[in-house]
Design a protein around this ligand. Structure first.
Ligand SMILES: Cc1cc2nc3c(=O)[nH]c(=O)nc-3n(C[C@H](O)[C@H](O)[C@H](O)COP(=O)(O)OP(=O)(O)OC[C@H]3O[C@@H](n4cnc5c(N)ncnc54)[C@H](O)[C@@H]3O)c2cc1C
Length: 485
């Protein structure tokens, strides 16, 4: 029986592991941390369960990636739909509610941005094409003749209507006269495509802007329950998942990956290795065996985004009544987003006692941040400067978040900050770079092949990139490619 070793129990790694197990492989997953899920994990602290990064999950509607996986594996996801998906606070104090219900969303956007209706119609058409294509096997970018054939089969006459937009950005399609409309689009795209409207590819960006309309879900108990569901399924079907096993080396012999070794001295022979890691991490695991293009890539690629997060334990009695579960606040549209100027806020559901003690709620706040300044301070001999920056960002996020939730500071009983340094430690993602690559062009998308034929990458570093739904699509693609090879 073919033995597949999967490095990392993120959603991408677990999805691929489950599919290969189902196809008859012997599967071992090695996870460095004590719980699964990585950026989509949930951790326990002093009575609270905090979502590490991801808080909302799409892709559970019929045909969506998580729904397809559930059909293939015969499992049930512990999710409940949430509508509205989130509420956006604009700098002028107006709110725009991202309804999942298409009629309510249309009415809302016409009220907020009456000049943009033709843009939204075009966005929805392009999104329909993108989501339709991605509901079939769609191995982009194609890396083998079989994948080219699969791609050709996935195309339909209506797909051709997207061709004129292959090289467009969302900025090319959107009206540009209202700076608040641009800020609104930019904030949505930053969290879903890692870039803003001027740079986001029109097809990818249209699909990303459609997330609320496609339906988003809450995971009672925390988003980590998605990963836990997969771990349980894998174990029940005879696969192995080890925690506290950090892979430190992939052995390559005669051009093939033959074994992996962990920090605890576990040495496993492998017929295939699936690496749920970023290119920077993969280069480190391969060391001198790293293929030259990978070495060059990690030398040349600029760092991607990091996240600054706050995990708050909140006294519900001090919070305003009738809060939504998710907010996005843009403080100042004349300044770049991220760095506390735009903040995403997620609260645990009212009465979800798996997440917080009775009368309390758990919250995750996040903002995009450049990773380098954090590491420069961390590595300097003055740790106070790093702590000071952390304090500044904590205050900045709370101030921004108070626009949506007045009294948030007063309600805070517990406050844990997370910087890119924290993210590197807990998710093992070098420099704390999270969320994959900015989706600026379909033609520089990364595929899963690594240059070593039986070593594959999964996760948000390969197309279609970030989100639990995105990495599930990547996992579906990699499992198919492994079986074909
Ligand atoms: C702040 C933030 C907010 C987000 N919000 C959302 C959201 O609301 N909705 C959404 O869908 N997505 C969201 N995302 C994105 C989403 O969380 C990620 O794109 C996705 O979870 C990444 O999955 P992955 O498969 O790449 O694995 P990762 O999450 O990167 O997990 C990889 C796993 O591998 C393990 N690992 C790494 N190296 C080793 C090693 N050497 N040995 C053993 N184990 C190893 C890690 O410990 C980790 O558990 C957010 C991300 C962040 C950071």
């Amino acid at each position: 029986m073919s033995h597949t070793v999967v490095i990392g129990a993120g959603i991408g790694g677990l999805t691929t592991a489950a599919l290969l197990l189902k196809a008859g492989h012997e599967v071992t997953v090695l996870e460095a941390h004590v719980y699964p899920g990585g950026s989509a994990g949930t951790f326990y602290h002093k009575g609270f369960r905090f979502d590490v990064g991801a808080t909302l999950a799409g892709g559970f509607s019929p045909g969506g990636p998580h729904a397809r996986l559930a059909d293939l594996l015969g499992l049930t996801w512990p999710v409940t739909p949430v509508d509205p998906a989130w509420v956006v606070y604009l700098p002028d104090g107006r709110t725009v509610t991202q309804w999942s219900d298409p009629g309510r969303w249309q009415a809302e956007r016409q009220l907020a941005f009456p000049q943009a209706e033709s843009f939204w119609r075009q966005q929805e058409k392009l999104a329909d094409i993108a989501w339709d294509v991605s509901s079939r096997p769609f191995p982009w970018p194609p890396q083998s003749p079989q994948e080219l054939l699969t791609l050709a089969r996935a195309l339909r006459p209506r797909t051709l209507r997207a061709i004129p937009h292959l090289f467009h950005t969302i900025g090319d399609l959107a009206p540009s006269k209202d700076p608040l409309f641009t800020a609104f689009l930019d904030a949505q795209l930053l969290i879903s495509a890692q870039t803003i409207s001027r740079q986001a590819n029109a097809l990818y960006g249209s699909a990303a802007l459609d997330l609320p309309r496609r339906g988003v879900n809450h995971v009672p108990g925390g988003i980590g329950a998605l990963a836990t569901t997969l771990v349980t399924w894998i174990r029940q079907q005879g696969g192995t998942v080890h925690f506290r096993q950090k892979v430190e080396q992939i052995t390559v012999e005669k051009g093939r990956a033959t074994a992996v070794t962990t920090n605890k001295g576990l040495h496993l022979q492998a017929d295939q290795v699936i690496a749920n890691v970023t290119p920077w991490a993969l280069r480190g695991l391969l060391n001198t065996a790293a293929p030259r293009p990978l070495v060059k890539e990690v030398q040349q690629r600029p760092p991607t985004w990091g996240a600054f997060t706050l995990y708050l334990g909140l006294d519900e009695a001090q919070l305003p009544p009738g809060l939504a579960d998710h907010y996005q606040v843009i403080a100042d549209h004349t300044r770049p987003l991220g760095e506390g100027n735009s903040v995403f806020i997620s609260l645990s559901g009212v009465g979800d006692t798996q997440r917080a003690p009775a009368g309390m709620r758990a919250a995750t706040l996040s903002t995009h941040t450049a990773v380098t300044p954090w590491w420069t301070l961390r590595q300097a001999s003055n740790p106070a400067a790093y702590c000071e920056r952390r304090e500044q960002y904590t205050n900045r996020l709370l101030t921004t978040a108070e626009r949506a939730i007045p009294g948030l500071r007063r309600a805070t009983r517990l406050c844990l900050p997370g910087t890119p340094v924290t993210f590197e430690f807990y998710t093992r993602r070098p420099s704390g770079m999270v969320g994959g690559f900015p989706q600026t062009s379909l033609f520089n998308a990364r595929g899963p092949r690594t240059g070593i034929p039986n070593l594959w990458q999964v996760g948000d570093s390969i197309f279609p990139g970030q989100s639990t739904a995105g990495v599930t699509l990547g996992g579906l693609r990699v499992a198919t490619a492994v079986l074909q090879s």
